[in-house]
Design a protein around this ligand. Structure first.
Ligand code: DI6
Ligand code: FE
Length: 405
């Protein structure tokens, strides 16, 4: 027997799907039943025959969909604070690399870390995101670069969902970097490690999507395409770190595979935007990496707008280029650094982020959607992107359960 719904009352709903800015419904009511939105709309239009078991007055607060961080490297060993300090003491990237810094140092720390230690560290970072209203997050592999450690990372990513009230989607990122034992032999690494690891991860139900890093310092479009061909054979969707530091045509290649998203894309050209618009590929902007790397080339936001490419925002939480675990600060950076509007920023961490993960049941407040909601002590939705380092979350609702903060 299904329990009767409960009502959230005395609220403004930013549905991100109703007509008008933010899909706003002032003086709204949301009926929640069995973890789903049963009804949302103006209080005056509430169906008279709707039987409820309880009402929760939200004191006039703003309710948005639960936030979605669609691009994180949350699972990893160690940290890179030492190289952060080296660089600020004047060391070059080459000197840092020679001192054993960079992705390789995280690979070493991740290979040495136990599954428990990786999970404990990832949960601390997940807690920071959850405290800001995140209800869905994506977690990549990519710091193992050997079969066992890549699988361990993905098991840890799956375990986060069992330890916290949050939904996790995983991405296999074996094509993140060439490990030291394969220096200069990227194709052999793909044959010996990357493709077998992907097969094994898929067989063990550990992978929801396949990602890659297409860049001069990582893998070419041709090498990435070999990984994407296997993803296609396994019926797995793809996404790509593309055009972060240069234009190799990665986003256009990914769009050719119907990619869910192309991420970073600071150096994306108009042809790449057109390819993404044609394939419905989401542009995931990562201002944390742009900020940390002192990048100067911003993504082509106006061209993305002109061609109707959905824009998402994510933390890219990783120990090197984006040690950022605040999606609210990411929204502020998206506005201040990339000139997104506050509404684009909120869409970027809700409805468009859901689309970048291939999810249709979250990211908006509508009948039948998961009741993953965030209740904010703000008067204007623009406050969510406007403030710097302030968390106005009042309550996070995950499925049926309100978790007070
Ligand atoms: N792009 C990045 O900025 C990160 N990975 C990637 O594909 C760098 C990750 C790191 O520095 O550890
Ligand atoms: Fe990344």
């Amino acid at each position: 027997m299904t329990s009767a719904p409960y009502l959230l009352t005395n609220l403004t709903a930013a549905t991100l799907t109703a007509p008008g800015p933010y899909g706003l419904i002032p003086d709204a009511v949301i009926a929640v039943e069995a973890g789903r939105v049963r009804w949302v709309g103006p209080r005056a239009a509430l169906p008279k025959d709707l039987v409820v078991r309880d009402q929760v007055d939200l004191g006039g607060r703003l309710v948005t969909p639960g936030l979605i961080d669609c691009h994180t490297h949350l699972v990893h060993g160690g940290n890179r604070a030492a190289e952060f300090e080296m660089r600020l003491n004047g060391a070059s990237y080459e000197e840092v690399a020679r001192a054993g810094g960079g992705i390789v140092s995280t690979v070493r720390a991740t290979r040495e870390a136990s599954e428990e230690a990786l999970l404990d560290a990832a949960l601390c970072r997940a807690d920071a995101l959850i405290a800001e209203g995140v209800t869905t997050l994506e977690i990549k592999s990519g710091y193992g670069l050997d079969i066992e450690t890549e699988l361990r990372m993905l098991r840890v990513a799956r375990a986060v969902e069992t330890k916290r009230p949050v939904r996790v989607r995983t991405s296999f990122l074996g094509a993140h970097a060439v490990p030291p034992e394969y220096t200069g032999r990227a194709d052999a690494y793909i044959d010996d490690i990357c493709l077998p690891a992907l097969r094994a991860a898929h067989e063990q139900g550990l992978v929801d999507a396949v990602d890659g890093f297409c860049e001069g310092i990582a893998f070419s479009p041709t090498q990435i395409a070999r990984v994407f061909d296997l993803a296609k054979e396994l019926d797995l969707p793809v996404k790509l770190h593309a055009e972060q530091l240069s234009n190799l045509g990665g986003a256009a290649m990914a769009a050719g595979y119907g990619a869910l998203s192309a991420d970073h894309i600071e150096y994306l050209d108009t042809a790449g935007v057109t390819a993404m618009a044609k394939s419905g590929t989401v542009a995931v902007l990562l201002p944390g990496a742009f900020y940390t790397l002192h990048e100067t080339q911003a993504p082509p936001v106006q061209t993305l707008r002109d061609q109707g490419v959905p824009i998402a925002l994510a933390t890219d939480a990783n120990p090197g280029s984006s040690p950022l675990t605040s999606l609210l600060l990411t929204m502020n950076m998206g506005c201040t650094l990339f000139r997104l509007t506050p509404e684009e920023a909120l869409r970027g961490v809700t409805v468009h982020a859901a689309r970048a993960l291939g999810l249709k049941d979250v990211g908006t407040i509508a009948c039948g959607q998961r009741a993953d909601l965030a209740v904010w002590s703000v008067e204007d939705p623009a406050e969510l992107a406007y403030r710097i380092g302030f968390n106005p979350l009042h309550t996070r609702i995950f499925g049926d359960a309100p978790c007070r903060h």
